[in-house]
Design a protein around this ligand. Structure first.
Ligand code: ADP
Ligand code: MG
Ligand code: MG
Length: 881
């Protein structure tokens, strides 16, 4: 078996499409090498090494050492240097890289191979002592932290002390002697802290670093990131060992990162940041403020690369063009300039906001780089969520207290917190918070996830906060130099002198970088232009219809704008909670006999009728599924003593009567209690009234306004065909009665929700009484798992964390279990009644993975909340392509 893949001097054993084996970084380094771009030579240990490593109790496969030695020799030959040679040493970087990039999760070690002997060789070759010791001290810092597990701040503090002693601000201002002194201090400190010498043998260093990269695959941060992003642990990481090039050899050297297009807006403008005389992650880490690459772009007044290093700039522009055309996608690149010579160190498809994803996809179709299908596939359904979210109301007044970089768009407000843990705690109890940090690091991921938005004082557009926030679709304002964060006082001060304390509300605008005091109102998103164009293509390719769950004409209107093709679920109970109606509803519940109930229901009838008219009108002839009353009646009664008394007074009944009724209706397990069609069986007059309201609304609209309406009446919680048989007969009697009385020509359908396992198992019988099935996957998940959704919060997160379940089954459909019931229900239903309409109306209808499943099993439509309609449309297109 081959474990190591070489690249260098125009030839590579790997290719760009070998990401599974070589990781994204390794595969693209190979690809860039083959297409003739300047890439320092090196080799990649495949992800199979990682998998074997963990399979065999953290032992490498046989023959790996020999393979690494062979490849190292090839690099030595190309570079004309020897690893560990005191005269002319080869230095390497050891880099991690999984199949998909995991920002900040895995650490890279640079300048590996240095010790007290080889550093002299570096001095001899470069003639630059300062550079040699700068590299050496960086190596000790990185290695002791990443490989030896020492707290990075310990050595960072020594560096800070040195700068203070010399009264300088920047690392670059320290002299050669300072760097040399630091190396000694660092080595001493490592020994003091860890109780052993810093390793001097280059081969020990190399294997230490390789082991650390493989080891980091299982560190808690990486595990968290994988969990949040659904990345399987089995994938493993690759390790790339690559000969070093140096951006820290003086002012004709530099290092930088860039995007071939703007990752925030999608605008077709090469966009990036760099630092002169710097190395590795200096740009991202915010050690100095990075300079822009293009002249006059961005907010920076620092000189651009275009001005400082014009020939390198020209070369970089050419290369980025080559890369984009080659990969046919926006690239995120990392480069280093050593003595005016440009080297490419990484390229990958750049992470982007939803807005940028849409713009880039549409632009690339216009440019002829990709086709419509590919454009549709380029936008992640989940990501669209960002676009469908509000932005600041342009008419609202706002008090801007600071301005940073517009790192990730959206407009959010919340209470200020200063630590990731606080953010998580607050989110758990339902508070909206903004996480404010000087800068973020991978340890903050859980807090970033929990917060509405992120504000950092330091760091650029490519800082950790910016990259991670964009990936999560979170609003982020980064590098806000206007604010001074004081963790110890739990507050930050703005340039203008405002003090914002923990718990104060602020608003962030991730599209402009503005920070505002208080909560500024927001408005709904604009769905025209590129977005509309992309969605047009989406609709061309998808087979699955997308409806919405909507209870009010207003919801329905929003959903129509998002492209809903009907209502898949109207929950009529929501109409009962209205302040005006609840009294009549309660009167109905409290009635002792049928006559009393009917009287109360007569009051509700006209209100229900006008609700349905509103919905039908809004949907303009599109199908509308209306579910008859579902929840147990006690939900409409007051529960607290004070409320009971107050309401009894208003209703003119004795408090004891009301209390007695509340007690009587109390259920031990309401989820499995007197609800759904069980209400219809015991109190048929309730459903009768609802069917009457639906049919009268339809008849009147058809007669008055000429719509074509086919109402779909849905009976909930059927477990046995007999239940549906009775409910159907009742509904038909009422519906036909209305039609005859009003003399209108209206068709209607009567169907059921499949939300109990028994209904799915006997779907053939149930289908004999149903014109359609709508899979109510929320209840079906509850009843299949025997898992109460309202109580699952106490243990379900742990199930996901411990990987007992791959994800929350209420969010993403459990295809193995619940999905099997859905599939069976479809098959049996279709067999018994060919042409039966099949849909799904649980939360899953807006979850991309679940939508893809629904497509596969051949449902006619999914139905989801209005804001998720475009997500479902796009997911349905992905499923079809
Ligand atoms: P990450 O996965 O965090 O992006 P990388 O492996 O890309 O980590 O390394 C981070 C940075 O280190 C790179 O962007 C580059 O600037 C620098 N680097 C890595 N390898 C080399 C090398 N061989 N020569 C010079 N710089 C390197
Ligand atoms: Mg990194
Ligand atoms: Mg990188």
């Amino acid at each position: 078996r081959k474990y190591v893949y070489f690249f260098g001097e125009g030839k590579a054993e790997g290719r760009g499409d070998m990401k599974e084996l070589l990781g994204g970084k390794g595969a693209n380094l190979a690809e860039m090498t083959s297409i003739g771009l300047p890439v320092p030579p090196g080799f990649t240990l495949s992800t199979e090494v990682c998998t074997e490593f963990y399979k065999n109790n953290r032992q490498y496969p046989d023959g790996l050492t020999e393979e690494v030695e062979k490849n190292l020799a090839r690099v030595e030959e190309l570079m004309g240097k020897k690893f560990g040679d005191p005269e002319n040493p080869l230095l390497v970087s050891v880099r991690s890289g999984a199949r998909v990039s995991m920002p900040g999760m895995m650490d890279t070690v640079l300048n590996l191979g240095l010790n007290d002997e080889t550093v002299k060789g570096v001095i001899k070759q470069s003639g630059d002592e300062r550079f040699a010791y700068d590299s050496y001290r960086r190596f000790i810092q990185m290695y002791s932290n990443v490989v030896l597990g020492m707290n990075g701040e310990i050595l960072e503090d020594l560096l800070e002390e040195m700068k203070e002693e010399r009264d300088v601000e920047l690392d670059t201002q320290l002299s050669s002697a300072d760097m040399k002194a630091l190396v000694q201090q660092f080595k001493d400190k490592v020994k003091e802290t860890l109780g052993r010498d810093f390793p001097t043998d280059p081969r020990e260093q190399l294997w230490g670093a390789i082991g650390a990269v493989f080891g980091s695959w299982m560190n808690p941060r990486a595990i968290t990131y994988r969990r949040l992003n659904n990345i399987p642990a089995e994938w493993g990481t690759a390790v790339t060992v690559q000969s070093m090039v140096f951006g820290n050899m003086g002012d004709d050297c530099a290092t930088g990162v860039a995007f071939t297009r703007n990752p925030s807006t999608g605008e077709k403008i090469f966009f990036g940041e760099f630092l002169v005389n710097a190395q590795g992650e200096d740009v991202v880490a915010g050690i100095r403020t990075p300079q822009p690459i293009n002249k006059g772009k961005g907010d920076s007044d620092l000189p651009s690369m275009e001005e400082v290093l014009p020939e390198c700039y020209a070369q970089l522009m050419k290369i980025q063009q080559i890369l984009e055309t080659h990969y046919r996608d926006m690239q995120d690149i990392e480069f280093t300039i050593e003595k005016h010579k440009l080297y490419m160190l990484q390229t990958r498809s750049g992470k982007r906001t939803a807005r940028a994803a849409v713009q880039i996809a549409v632009d690339m179709v216009k440019e002829g780089l990709i086709g419509e299908k590919e454009a549709v596939l380029r936008v992640e359904p989940r990501q669209l969520d960002q676009l469908l979210h509000p932005s600041l109301d342009p008419k609202a007044s706002k008090e801007v207290i600071a301005k940073g970089l517009p790192a990730s768009p959206g407009a959010v407000n919340g209470e200020v917190v200063f630590t990731a843990d606080e953010a998580e705690d607050a989110a758990r109890i339902g508070l909206k918070v903004i996480l404010v940090r000087i800068e973020t690091s991978p340890e903050d991921i859980h807090g970033m996830h929990a917060a509405q938005g992120i504000l950092t004082a330091r760091g650029g557009m490519t800082s950790h906060a910016a990259v991670v926030a964009r990936g999560m679709g979170k609003c982020c304002v980064a590098g806000c130099g206007d604010i001074k964060v004081d963790y110890s006082k739990q507050q930050f001060a703005t340039k203008s002198g405002a003090i914002i304390r923990k718990g104060d509300v602020i608003t962030l605008d991730g599209s402009t970088g503005e920070v505002m005091q208080g909560a500024v109102p927001t408005v709904s998103p604009e769905l025209t232009g590129d977005f509309a164009m992309l969605m047009e293509w989406v609709d061309k390719f998808r087979k699955l219809k997308v409806r919405t769950n909507a209870d009010t004409p207003n919801d329905a209107a929003v959903a129509r704008k998002f492209g809903a093709e009907g209502i898949g679920l109207c929950r009529t109970e929501h109409m009962f909670f209205d302040a005006e109606r609840i009294m009549a509803v309660r009167e109905m519940i409290l009635s002792e006999d049928v006559e009393g109930r009917k009287k109360a229901l007569t009051k509700i009838l006209p209100m229900q009728k006008s609700d349905f008219k509103g919905l039908f009108r809004e949907m303009k002839g599109l199908p509308v599924t209306i579910r008859l009353l579902d929840p147990p009646l006690h939900e409409f009664l007051p529960q607290k003593e004070a409320e009971i008394e107050e309401i009894a007074k208003v209703m003119g009944v004795d408090a004891s009567v009301l209390r007695h009724k509340v007690d009587y209706l109390h259920e031990f397990n309401p989820m499995l209690g007197h609800r759904g069609c069980r209400l219809g069986i015991t109190y048929p007059e309730i459903y009768d009234m609802q069917v009457q309201a639906i049919m009268e609304a339809a008849c009147e609209l058809i007669q008055e306004e000429g719509y074509r309406i086919v109402p779909e009446i849905m009976i909930p919680l059927v477990g046995h065909v007999k239940e549906l048989e009775i409910m159907r007969a009742n509904a038909v009697r009422i519906a036909d009665g209305v039609i005859e009385r009003l003399g209108a020509k209206v068709e209607y359908l009567i169907g059921t929700m499949i939300e109990l396992p028994r209904a799915a198992l006997t779907a053939d019988e149930v289908a004999s009484q149903a014109d359609f099935f709508s899979f109510g996957t929320n209840d079906l998940t509850q009843t299949t798992f025997g898992l109460s959704r309202d109580d699952a919060g106490k243990f379900l997160p742990q199930y996901v964390e411990q990987n007992i379940l791959p994800n929350d089954p209420f969010v993403t459909l459990d295809q193995r279990g619940v999905g099997q019931l859905v599939e069976m229900g479809c098959e049996k239903g279709r067999k018994a009644r060919p042409g039966i309409k099949l849909g799904i109306c649980g939360e899953h209808g807006g979850d991309p993975e679940s939508v893809i499943f629904c497509h596969k099993i051949g449902l006619d439509y999914v139905s989801c909340s209005p804001f998720r309609v475009p997500i479902a449309r796009l997911a349905a297109a992905h499923a079809a392509l």
